[in-house]
Design a protein around this ligand. Structure first.
Ligand SMILES: [Zn+2]
Length: 63
């Protein structure tokens, strides 16, 4: 089993092999193996440029 994350919707899940399609949003070619913790932080900062204001607020409340 390995951990994977969709670069499109940031959905994380475990799978025995790399899926080609995200099980959450159905985006093709966006699923990547989960990177190391430091790389995850970089990706979160990168993704925060994209989400709407409401999504950013929800993310802040989770922390
Ligand atoms: Zn997805």
């Amino acid at each position: 089993m390995g951990e994977y994350q969709c670069e499109h919707c940031a959905f994380r899940f475990e799978s025995s092999r790399a899926p080609h399609v995200c099980p959450h949003c159905g985006e093709r070619g966006k699923v990547r193996p989960t990177p190391s913790a430091s790389e995850i932080l970089d990706e979160i900062e990168w993704m925060e440029k994209e989400p709407s204001r409401e999504e950013r607020r929800a993310r802040r409340e989770e922390q």
